[in-house]
Design a protein around this ligand. Structure first.
Ligand SMILES: Cc1cc2nc3c(=O)[nH]c(=O)nc-3n(C[C@H](O)[C@H](O)[C@H](O)COP(=O)(O)O)c2cc1C
Length: 214
């Protein structure tokens, strides 16, 4: 089994990434790559790995969905009382990672997570399907549950409680925006000589651009 795993390898030949190809703003360049991920039909192009760390430095990673990207940062929505929500509350340093295998690309984003404003969270919550809105009320995300049946019963109760009315956003559910200080664009290349272009936020507020060894 282990032998089999050790033989899995892909040679990356598709594309290249050069300093001359990137925009001055990492946000502009992210949007270019994100559009290309959409066009290439990568499954779940907005799925990203979010890593948090406890104040003692114990890391924890999980997938969340990117729901917004602008010149301030990258946003996602979750339960503020979940493991990730509590970790961010105690240590706002986080890392996001996109892997788009069809394009042989990854994007690494490091920065600080900040809560989105309640009106921003309200607006996104209102746009969700009703089933997802009810689910936000039912799930004490990351808490132990006695079984699946328990969750389904809670959902039935929530359906009754909110029958005929709009489902309001629970106060413990909302968005975070990751305000980046480092964004790395990685393009797989032949012979493991991958292209890595790093944007680093400077004290002046502008972005420095450098190439990293693969
Ligand atoms: C494709 C995919 C998308 C997901 N999107 C989200 C999301 O946007 N927000 C969220 O809270 N959890 C999302 N999850 C579930 C998380 O990975 C995780 O199980 C959950 O948030 C609990 O994490 P925590 O206990 O570390 O807080 C997603 C999972 C997958 C596989």
């Amino acid at each position: 089994m282990n032998k089999h795993i050790s033989h899995i390898r892909t040679e990356y030949m598709l594309k290249e990434l050069d300093e001359s190809m990137v925009a001055a703003s990492p946000f502009v360049f992210f949007h270019k790559w994100f559009e290309e991920a959409l066009e290439s039909k990568v499954p779940e192009p907005n799925a990203m790995c979010l890593s948090t760390a406890s104040p003692e430095g114990m890391p924890s990673s999980r997938i969340v969905l990117l729901k917004g990207a602008d010149d301030r940062g990258f946003s996602f929505y979750t339960n503020y009382h979940s493991t990730k929500g509590r970790m961010i509350e105690a240590n706002s340093n986080v890392c996001l990672n996109f892997f788009w295998p069809d394009l042989e690309r990854q994007v690494r984003i490091e920065g600080k997570a900040e809560k989105l404003s309640p009106p921003d969270s309200d607006a996104y919550f209102a746009s969700r399907p009703r089933g997802s809105q009810l689910g936000a009320w039912v799930s004490n995300q990351s808490e132990e549950v006695p079984g699946r049946k328990h969750l389904e019963e809670l959902l039935l109760t929530a359906e009754k409680n909110f029958e005929g009315v709009e489902v309001p956003r629970p106060a413990h559910w909302g968005g975070f925006i990751v305000v980046p200080v480092r964004i790395e664009f990685w393009q797989g290349r032949e012979n493991r000589l991958h292209d890595r272009i790093l944007y680093k936020k400077l004290d002046t507020g502008s972005w420095g651009i450098s190439r990293l060894a693969p």
